[in-house]
Design a binder for this molecule. Structure first.
Ligand SMILES: Nc1nc2c(ncn2[C@@H]2O[C@H](COP(=O)(O)OP(=O)(O)OP(=O)(O)O)[C@@H](O)[C@H]2O)c(=O)[nH]1
Ligand SMILES: [Mg+2]
Length: 424
């Protein structure tokens, strides 16, 4: 899974990226600070408690494990994650995040960094547009004292991104359009569907995306015959329907700490809208990894570990952050990522194991892997994700909770523990 952070320059994309991945990247109050896209891994809490919670209960009631001791640093977790961590049965699972260079109006015609960064978005499953809810920058990202009308600037900011993406898709579409039109002439509607599917597979298009886009497009414009006669306006509209399917856009109304009121309420978007304070999230995570505070991303407060080690200025800064954090009910950074991944994209977490009873892999590690996959993924597709050999040799799977044997088309759901049997 890959989530792209996009938007005009100087809104806080790199700050958001750095806060979520703890990667060191350039952050500065001027436009085009980021030139090449940064790619990193963000760890997010799985929607449900790790299955090691159920496993612990089972082992405890069988008398094979002592109850969790008060001073257990892992607060009861007994799994051994290969990537990510699990404390108190909160399992952190990975997702890729891409921090893209700032986009300016005209990017699809090559302004700013032009098509280069549009292609950085090509493999993203969803986009988060970071916008400046405080109105401290103009449309090109130059710092200004304050915009006159934040609601208007937010409207401009969100509209320009969809316009740029639409024209980018339009460019790809018109590039081979006459060939596409000829296929419709020869094969009818199916020709159009397969032409679009082929044209946009490079951008991650699935057949379902194309069919859904065509559904909406047909409702607005009527039948799909004679595309060679369509005016530009109609082709552009098709581009827009495709864009909505390929790149659903969610909004991070960033710099919420410096915003007056709640201007994000005026944003109209098809996706999620979440006020965020990327700057604060970054400061809190750094203070946590530096041992100054204890902060769990997503929570509405934090605790200072040893007040005697801090000077009055640091204590003051922390107390003001604490107040803002509790007022805003968190920084919104990981909340939005989780809502995009598990809510909007409908993904779930599945735990493949080699031993369906002990929930271990072949080396005896408890629940080592957590896969983020589409809800309802079929057992055989999951097998391929774990290892090509498991997919190719797939015989059957066993549900680790019910111990029922299931077939290749069994649909896996959230928090499932699955053993896959394959020919070796
Ligand atoms: N007040 C406030 N400032 C923020 C917040 N997040 C980021 N900033 C500031 O906004 C400025 C731009 O941050 P960057 O992360 O470099 O922005 P960007 O969108 O990556 O910019 P480009 O790479 O130039 O496109 C920096 O001065 C940040 O400290 C926030 O939540 N609140
Ligand atoms: Mg940047």
């Amino acid at each position: 899974m890959r989530i792209g952070l996009v938007g005009k320059p100087n809104v806080g994309k790199s700050t958001y990226f750095s806060a979520a991945t703890l990667a060191k990247v350039d952050i500065a109050n001027y436009p085009f600070c980021t030139i090449d896209a940064n790619v990193g891994v963000a760890f997010l809490a799985a929607p449900q408690p790790c299955p090691c919670k159920d496993l612990r209960q089972r082992l405890e009631s069988d008398g094979r494990l002592e109850a969790t001791s008060e001073d257990d640093p892992r607060r009861g977790s007994i799994c051994e994650p290969r990537t990510g961590t699990c404390v108190g049965h909160i399992r952190l699972v990975p997702t890729f995040l891409v921090d893209v260079a700032g986009l300016v109006p005209g990017a699809s015609e090559g302004r700013g960094r032009g098509n280069a960064f549009l292609s950085d978005l090509a493999n993203c499953d969803a986009l988060i547009q970071v916008v400046d809810a405080a109105g401290l920058t103009d449309l090109e990202g130059n710092p200004i004292a304050a915009v006159d009308d934040v609601e208007f600037s937010l409207k401009e900011e969100t509209e320009f991104l969809t316009t740029e993406l639409d024209s980018w898709i339009y460019g790809i579409l018109t590039d081979g359009w006459s060939r596409g039109a000829r296929r419709v002439q020869a094969e009818g509607e199916k020709g159009l569907t397969s032409f679009l599917h082929e044209r946009f597979t490079g951008l991650g298009a699935k057949l379902s995306h194309v069919l859904q886009a065509l559904d909406g497009f047909r409702n607005e414009w009527g039948n799909l015959e004679t595309p060679w006669m369509w005016p530009d306006e109609r082709v552009l509209s098709l581009a827009s329907y495709l864009r909505k399917q390929l790149f659903p856009i969610h909004i991070a109304a960033n710099k919420a700490d410096s915003a007056k009121g709640t201007p994000w309420d005026s944003i109209t978007a098809t996706g999620l809208i979440q006020p965020t304070m990327a700057d604060m999230e970054l400061a809190l995570r750094r203070a946590d990894s530096g041992g100054m505070i204890s902060y769990v991303p997503g929570e509405h407060t934090f605790s200072i570990l040893d007040e005697s080690k801090l000077n009055p200025a640091q204590l003051n800064a922390l107390s003001s952050m604490k107040e803002k954090l509790s007022l805003a009910k968190g920084t919104g950074v990981s909340e939005l990522l989780s809502n995009v991944l598990f809510g909007a994209l409908g993904h779930v977490v599945v735990y493949p194991v080699a031993d369906e009873t002990a929930w271990k892999d072949s080396e005896g590690r408890i629940l080592p892997d957590a896969f983020v996959v589409p809800n309802g993924i079929e057992a055989k597709t999951l097998a391929f994700k774990v290892h090509t050999d498991l997919g190719n040799g797939f015989i059957k799977a066993v549900d680790g909770r019910t111990r029922r044997v299931v077939g290749s088309d069994h649909e896996c759901g959230d928090n499932d523990v699955i053993k896959i049997h394959a020919k070796s």
